[in-house]
Write a protein of this length. Structure first.
Length: 168
């Protein structure tokens, strides 16, 4: 069984940031200097067995707001027009494979998309930034990180390495 290392304090902070208690196991993989969660890694299924397509979730309010401004200004379309679609497809595939390695409940329905739950193109710059910050090879996430600039001050890129299918 995979160990999801969210502490009670992490659950409390993440619950506050989400506005509700998390519905599945997770662990914090990226933090700010003050140890506040920035990105969490989610188990592939919620506690009720529902597939969880979002492996990496961006929680930090400052980064979330900065990325929302980019998206509101047409950032998804702008980036999609300049990025190699084969590179994006490879990123989606790598993300999907990483999530599949963590599946423990193979008898349940499985999520099948890549970053942001999609298989092609761009859908959610927040998800790409989260994946990049968690150590994913994500050119879209890197581009978004470059654009949010100072909002990344104090963010430790990877506090704990992603589980990537490690079992205990």
């Amino acid at each position: 069984m995979t160990i999801w290392s969210a502490t009670p304090a992490d659950v409390e902070v993440v619950s506050h940031l989400l506005g509700r208690k998390p519905e599945g196991p997770f662990r914090v993989v990226v933090r700010r200097d003050r140890r506040d969660p920035v990105v969490i890694e989610n188990a592939p299924h919620l506690l009720d067995g529902t597939p969880m397509p979002t492996l990496y979730w961006l929680l930090d309010p400052q980064l979330r707001d900065a990325v929302s401004r980019i998206e509101a200004a047409g950032g998804v379309k702008r980036i999609q027009e300049i990025i190699d679609p084969d590179l994006v497809a490879a990123t989606h595939d790598a993300y999907r494979r990483q999530r599949e390695l963590l599946v423990e409940r193979h008898e349940l329905p499985q999520a099948s998309g890549g970053v942001g739950g999609t298989r092609r193109g761009l859908k959610c710059l927040h998800a790409h930034l989260a994946y990049f910050l968690a150590g994913g090879d994500d050119e879209v996430g890197r581009m978004v990180a470059d654009e949010v600039g100072e909002a990344l001050t104090g963010v430790a890129r990877v506090v704990e390495p992603p589980l990537s299918g490690s079992r205990s």
